[in-house]
Design a protein around this ligand. Structure first.
Ligand SMILES: Cc1cc2nc3c(=O)[nH]c(=O)nc-3n(C[C@H](O)[C@H](O)[C@H](O)COP(=O)(O)O)c2cc1C
Length: 226
């Protein structure tokens, strides 16, 4: 067995300021806010959550509700790290939230970055080319049909500015976000399945060497009608 020891994270005595990536974006789409969907008791949601592997189309109001609950920034506060700290549904080491959510709808070959502070989708320039191979790879793992592809892209420099040996924190942030998304999908009557592939080597091609890294993928769909 080969276990890669990511070592124990330790806060740096003097945090290094980090300049977050500036994305090249095209079209901007403001998502619908939370719409009145099913309001299931939390324990029922925990009991009902399963991975589904058949997917119907997701409407924009369903996608908006999903991202609003699972991913939006509820509030932020200033820091000395070069960017604001944020509070969202998922916990994040140091309140840093180094993971970006990038989605691709089934009827659109563009990839869109979710902006959690404004609840908008930002079309990523160049992603269509850079992520084409990733889309093919994910279809080999699980043919998502009408699912939305949800790509987790980490910007490790945010976390590593504060923590020495911080890589495991980024992976744990990805895991906890995956769990929050899975439960949110269940609560909203949507189908969700994590994929084991990371998104590499395609995700990192979206920025200069080492700035971005793929840390997972998931599929989101409506309950498929057979
Ligand atoms: C990190 C992670 C990676 C996974 N990768 C895949 C995958 O590549 N393909 C797939 O069909 N399911 C994948 N799954 C879903 C698991 O197979 C599923 O959670 C497991 O079978 C338990 O079933 P349940 O989620 O319905 O409880 C993944 C789950 C996790 C947490």
């Amino acid at each position: 067995m080969t276990w890669i020891d990511l070592a124990n994270p330790v806060p740096k005595a003097a945090p290094e300021s980090y300049a977050p990536i500036m994305w090249e974006v095209g079209e901007i789409y403001t998502l619908p806010l939370l719409s009145g969907g099913p309001n299931r008791p939390f324990y029922d949601v925990l009991d009902e959550r399963v991975s589904h592997r058949e997917f119907g189309a997701v409407k924009d109001d369903q996608l908006g509700s999903f991202l609003w609950v699972a991913c939006r920034t509820r509030w932020s506060s200033a820091s000395n790290l070069g960017f604001d700290l944020e509070h969202r549904a998922a916990p994040s080491a140091g309140a840093i939230h180094p993971i970006h959510i990038v989605i691709k709808r089934p009827d659109d070959d563009r990839w869109w970055l979710y902006e959690p502070r404004t609840h908008q989708l930002l079309e990523l320039k160049h992603a269509r080319t850079n992520l084409a191979g990733l889309y093919n790879q994910s279809m080999l793992v699980l043919d998502g049909g009408l699912a939305i592809q949800v790509l987790f892209i980490a910007e490790p420099g945010k976390t590593l500015g504060k923590y020495q040996n911080g890589c495991s924190l980024v992976w744990r942030d990805a895991g906890v976000l995956l769990g929050v998304m899975a439960l949110t999908a269940t609560a909203q009557g949507l189908n969700f399945c994590p994929l084991g592939i990371t998104g590499e080597p395609w995700a990192s091609a979206l920025a200069d060497q080492g700035k971005l890294v793929g840390v997972g993928l998931a599929l989101l769909g409506s309950v498929a009608s057979s």
